[in-house]
Design a protein around this ligand. Structure first.
Ligand SMILES: [Zn+2]
Length: 334
């Protein structure tokens, strides 16, 4: 994802605030569906942080997952295999992307559905590509090198693959879950069009994997694996789904994760959820590490984004909170 320069970010926030708050209030009422009541309430499974960590390690071991490379293809194939092994119906959605310098590449979104006939549906999302250049690296010689992407890309995917495993072991009969793995999120250019980022999310928004698709809401995970993360209430999420953000953060705090899920609003960013919110009727929030309100984690888009900087406790907090959200949603307790 990208950071807005302060002036642009402020303008962007104001535009969003004036144009979308009312819009959101109107458009979602029609989309609210309540899960069918269950005879017995479901237990929230225990998220396995070591399993999630191992899924990140596997991704990193493929090498940087830059669209168009062999590592990217092999990692995508492995993810498809993992998701099928978890009992999901998997759809691969190929598309042609473009770097900000205009070079075309082949990319694919990967969509894994649980209970595909059941309504309502919930989306859990992450991007699975890694950035082709470490342009934020302090060392000049590293700036054109692809980064390992343990956190940026790898962490969200690792958490979602563990959730897929849990969904198979602990089925939710009255809720449909779609795991959306967006490609080509991170191939954009600083200072170029916002549309150069999040190309997979834009493609999916225009070409949903099933006709007439709708979901009650979505949760995007991006850079959730850094040491002692600080998950602020990110601006775009607040502007489109403020009540849902508060619900998730309050739940996280009640679960004992208030040191990570903090009650601070941080400036809006361009991430996959930005396009989903703008281009569809699905409100989507972003759980993302914002060590200070204006900056991403220090290893963001540098060669330091490696497995050694992944914190299992951060994975645990994120994964456990997301599991609590969906199982409570099914129980009618959210
Ligand atoms: Zn990134």
């Amino acid at each position: 994802m990208r950071q807005y320069a302060f002036g642009r970010r402020l303008i962007f926030s104001l535009v969003l605030a004036t144009s979308t708050l009312f819009y959101f209030g109107c458009k979602n009422e029609a989309n609210i569906t309540t899960p069918a009541a269950l005879p017995v309430k479901l237990k929230v499974p225990v998220f396995d942080k070591d399993s999630a960590f191992a899924y990140i390690q596997t991704q990193v071991d493929f090498g940087p997952r830059v669209p168009g490379t062999e590592a990217h293809k092999r990692c995508g194939d492995w993810m498809v295999g993992r998701l099928k092994a978890c009992g999901a119906r998997v759809i691969e959605q190929p598309f042609t992307g473009k770097t900000f310098s205009g070079i075309s590449f082949q990319a694919r979104n990967i969509i894994a559905s649980f209970n595909e006939k059941v309504r309502p549906r919930i989306i859990l999302a992450a991007h699975w590509d890694t950035r082709f250049i470490a342009d934020q690296d302090p060392e000049m010689k590293n700036k054109n090198t692809p980064l390992p992407g343990a956190d940026d890309g790898g962490s969200g995917v690792g958490v979602l693959l563990e959730i897929a495993r849990q969904l198979q072991a602990n089925p939710i009969p009255n809720l449909g879950i779609d795991l959306l793995f967006f490609d080509a999120e991170d191939q954009g250019g600083e200072g170029s069009d916002p549309e150069s980022w999040c190309q997979g999310a834009q493609h999916w928004a225009l070409h949903k994997h099933t006709a007439g698709y709708q979901a009650k809401y979505g949760i995007l995970l991006d850079m959730v694996g850094g040491k002692s993360p600080r998950f602020t209430k990110e601006g775009t999420s607040v502007q489109y789904a403020s009540a849902f953000v508060d619900k998730v953060w309050t739940l996280a705090q009640r679960m004992g994760y208030g040191n990570y899920f903090v009650n601070e609003v941080s400036p809006a960013i361009i991430d996959d959820h930005y396009f989903i919110n703008r281009m569809t009727n699905i409100p989507m929030i972003d759980i993302i590490n914002r060590p200070t309100n204006n900056e991403f984690v220090a290893h963001w888009h540098t060669l330091e984004d490696k497995i050694e900087n992944i914190d299992r406790e951060a994975l645990k907090a994120t994964g456990q909170v997301v599991l609590a959200v969906i199982y409570r949603e099914a129980n009618g307790d959210l």
